[in-house]
Design a protein around this ligand. Structure first.
Ligand code: EPU
Length: 333
């Protein structure tokens, strides 16, 4: 375990915006986590558990304890000849995990290729891309209940999964995710509805690896490389509007893309931002990424204030033009 005081978090966030934590603790197993949580130095202190830092923006130093898991073990359990449970510990890099499952001949996670972050966070954030969400394959989530000190395993249907949302985001950090079990299949079953993936459907020898590689190509063409250009991936969630509101907007913007959502009509935030004239718009070192406008990038020396000013400007402009509120997907601390 590692416990550090006045710790520089900059390298622990993909935005690469300077950030500090009063305390930072990293643990290699659950016993160490329990030991840290019972350490008197941290009692009553605000606590924040981070993963790969791919969805985080710190606007001021964090006066409290930042926790990080470095548990990375994977184990497999055969439920039947075709149904395999793969359990990954929380600190494992997500893309490493996806590639591991593909190498084991398993199908299910290939569309979720190359998403920055760690496996524990996948179950908190319900990450999603190209027609697949983590919840489609999550079986159980192992947690430490910080209130009782006991381990607790949740079935997927107890986690209140929704678009980029779960119960874990609404329980004030009570449950620390320690591991996630994904139910995957040995039988090929692909999700190829997303535009550029459709062309793969005619390949008689399609493999999970081919889908994985295609998704990596698409992501590389639209999204900034996390190691090269700081960002938090999509900064905003795609808004959902009522059918009535959508019908009214469609009169003015007949080309506006849209998707049916359980509670209305989902409209891509990137389209709204681009068509509000904000492509490439900058404040200080923060920029609306020209290739995908729902991403805000740090062009080199952005401060947290540059980013918050830019995102407020984007929200304000989109609200005035379309009457739609954009909500950050990124977690602003
Ligand atoms: N669009 C524009 N201009 C833009 C961006 C998008 O006109 O600048 C249009 C596109 O042409 C397309 C539509 O908006 O018609 C949707 O764009 P895209 O397919 O790129 O997906 P998205 O809705 O913008 C979401 C996720 C991404 C995920 C992709 C693919 C959210 C907030 N974002 O983006 O997730 O990779 O779908 O499934 O739901 C992330 O969460 O960090 C992330 C990158």
């Amino acid at each position: 375990m590692t416990i550090l005081h006045d710790f520089d978090l900059t390298r622990h966030t993909t935005f690469h915006v300077p950030a500090r934590a009063q305390w930072f603790a990293e643990y290699d197993n659950v016993d160490e986590l329990i030991e840290i949580l019972s350490d008197k130095r941290f009692s009553g202190m605000p606590r924040l558990h981070i993963g790969g830092g791919s969805n985080l923006l710190f606007t001021k130093p964090f006066e409290g304890l930042v926790l990080h898991s470095s548990m990375k073990k994977v184990k497999m359990e055969k439920l039947s000849d075709t149904r395999i449970l793969v359990h990954a510990e929380s600190g494992l890099n997500w893309d490493t995990f996806v590639r591991h499952t593909i190498a084991e001949g398993l199908y299910g996670l290939e569309n979720l290729a190359y998403i920055p972050g760690e496996t524990g966070a996948s179950a908190v954030q319900n990450i999603g891309a190209y027609g697949v969400e983590a919840k489609d394959h999550i079986y159980t989530v192992d947690t430490l209940d910080t209130l009782t000190g006991d381990m607790r395993t949740f079935q997927a249907d107890e986690c209140a999964y929704a678009y980029r949302d779960s119960m874990f985001k609404h329980t004030n950090g009570r449950y620390i995710v320690t591991g996630v079990s994904y139910l995957l299949s040995r039988n090929p079953a692909f999700t190829l509805d997303y535009g550029p993936l459709k062309e793969l459907a005619s390949d008689p020898d399609l493999t999970a690896m081919k889908v994985y590689e295609k998704v990596v190509d698409i992501r590389r063409s639209k999204l900034p490389e996390p190691d090269e250009l700081g960002s938090a991936g999509s900064f905003f969630k795609n808004p959902v509007v009522t059918a009535g509101k959508y019908a009214a907007l469609k009169q003015t913007y007949p080309d506006m893309p849209h998707y049916d959502a359980p509670d209305g009509v989902k409209i891509p935030a990137g389209w709204l931002i681009e068509h509000a004239g904000l492509k490439g718009f900058r404040i200080g070192g923060a920029e609306v990424y020209p290739r995908q406008c729902l991403v805000i990038v740090n062009t080199g020396n952005a401060t947290a204030t540059d980013i918050t000013s830019l995102y407020s400007h984007v929200q304000h402009t989109v609200r005035s033009k379309y009457g739609i509120d954009l909500h950050p997907e990124a977690n602003i601390i």
